[in-house]
Every structure is written in structure tokens, then in C-alpha cells.
Design a binder for this molecule. Structure first.
Ligand code: ADP
Ligand code: MG
Length: 235
């Protein structure tokens, strides 16, 4: 796969390690990951199940902390930030999309999309926030369904609501963990095209976690992760 060249470095990982405590035994899950993520890329994190992709994505997205090594974001060391500082960065810079959508089933699409604004420091008026959420839902093709509940929607529609929600705080980076894992192949393709469009038209950096080579083919570049390490080529 062609490398994405010429852009500035957004994220740099140096020998990143993560151990989980199982009982009183430390189990290494990420064993020294070094990688560069360029601004504006659409990067696939690929590799077999259990290899550490989700663990890595959670650390990159400040949902989890690292056990060793360094994480640089925009040239700043963010390896050892406080929980509050991590939450601020997460809210201001990052959007997430998950395999199981993570929506509130009995709350309207519009309210689901507006939910992250509750935690934002840069809230507008209720009217402005609503207009922005409506714009995003229109953008993902759900103008007519803003008042529907996720429980009344197809998987593809639910994932589009989740994408609109991920965009509400105008993130620079979008992390998507197996975002098409619960979708049929036609719907998957629509969702992947939507990521490509966000990447190309809005310049949002996207990290797509997947074990599927078909999904990985939508990316500009890929890292393959196996047994907690970056490996070359395909697996
Ligand atoms: P992938 O996303 O590539 O399938 P994961 O990052 O989910 O891989 O998991 C990597 C390894 O870490 C697996 O062996 C998994 O069992 C282990 N693991 C993940 N999360 C935890 C946790 N919270 N506690 C203990 N072990 C975990
Ligand atoms: Mg995973």
C-alpha cells in the first residue's frame, strides 16, 4: 500500500507499551509500538483479533493510559497527562466511532448527536448547538430521521448517527474501531465512503481499526499489528 507522504506529523509513538494486570500478574499487551501518524491521513490499523489494535486505539484516543514509552501529539509529550487533561484533549480534538454504535437506543438521533456537547467547554447557545447537530445529521443523509430513535433504525443508519455524533465537537482526529463490523457489505461500503469524504474534503485525520483487508483497502496507508508489535506487510 502506498505511503502517505508530505504531511506534518500529528502523532508519534516511541516504543509504546501497555500491560494489563490480571490478578497480580502483569500481562504485556503492547510490547513496544513505534509509529508516525501524519496529519490528514486515513490510516488503517490492521491485524488479527487479539493483537492489540483496540488497546492501541484507546490509548491514542485518551480512553486509556500507557504503561511505558512515549506518545507525542503535535510534538508535545502527552504520555503522562492527568485524567482531566486527557478528558479535555479527548473532548476538544477527538471523535470516536465504535462497532456497536454506542447510541442511546430510546433517545432521538438529534439528542444522541448533541450529547457530547454537554461535556464541551465551548458550548454555543441551545439554538446554535441544535442547528449544528441538524447540519451534521443532514450531512450523513439522515435529515428526515432526526427524531427517530436508534432502536427504529437500521445498522447503517445507526452508524451514520454515530458518525454525526463523533463530528459534533469538530474533531481533528477520528478513531473508528471496526466501524463496519456489524454492517452488511453494501452498507459497509457506504460508511467507508463517508469516512473517505470526511478525510478528503474536511481534512480530518482518520484512524480506522480493522481486521479486514477489504476495509483496510479504503485507507491511504496501514500499520499491521500482531501480538502487540508492528509487523511488516500483510499478516
Ligand atoms: P484487538 O483489538 O486487536 O482484537 P485488543 O486490543 O482488544 O485486540 O486485545 C489485545 C489483548 O489484550 C487480548 O489478549 C485481550 O485479551 C487483552 N486485553 C484487552 N483489554 C484488556 C483488559 N481490559 N484487561 C486485560 N486484558 C485485556
Ligand atoms: Mg479490537
Amino acid at each position: 500500500m502506498a505511503k502517505f507522504i508530505g504531511a506534518k506529523t500529528l502523532i508519534e509513538l516511541r516504543d509504546l507499551k501497555k500491560n494489563y494486570l490480571l490478578g497480580d500478574v502483569e500481562v504485556p499487551v503492547l510490547k513496544g509500538i513505534s509509529m508516525t501518524i501524519h496529519e490528514g491521513t486515513l490510516l488503517a490499523l490492521m491485524g488479527p483479533s487479539g493483537g492489540g489494535k483496540s488497546t492501541l486505539m484507546n490509548i491514542l484516543g485518551f480512553l486509556d493510559t500507557l504503561s511505558g514509552g512515549q506518545y507525542l501529539l503535535d510534538g508535545k509529550d502527552v504520555s503522562t497527562l492527568s485524567a482531566n487533561a486527557r478528558a479535555d484533549l479527548r473532548n476538544e480534538r477527538i471523535g470516536f466511532v465504535f462497532q456497536n454504535f454506542n447510541l442511546l437506543a430510546r433517545t432521538s438521533a438529534l439528542k444522541n448527536v448533541m450529547m457530547p456537547l454537554e461535556y464541551s467547554k465551548h458550548r454555543g447557545s441551545q439554538k446554535e448547538m441544535r442547528a449544528w447537530a441538524e447540519h451534521l445529521l443532514e450531512r450523513v443523509g439522515l435529515k428526515e430521521r432526526m427524531d427517530h430513535h436508534p432502536s427504529q433504525m437500521s445498522g447503517g443508519q445507526q452508524q451514520r448517527v454515530a458518525i454525526a455524533r463523533a463530528l459534533i465537537n469538530r474533531p481533528k482526529i477520528l478513531f473508528a474501531d471496526e466501524p463496519t463490523g456489524n454492517l452488511d457489505s453494501k452498507t459497509s461500503e457506504e460508511v467507508l465512503h463517508m469516512f473517505q469524504e470526511l478525510n478528503e474534503k474536511e481534512g480530518i485525520t482518520i484512524v480506522l481499526v480493522t481486521h479486514s483487508p477489504e476495509v483496510g483497502a479504503f485507507a491511504k496507508e496501514a500499520y499491521h499489528i500482531k501480538d502487540g508489535l508492528v509487523v511488516d506487510g500483510t499478516y
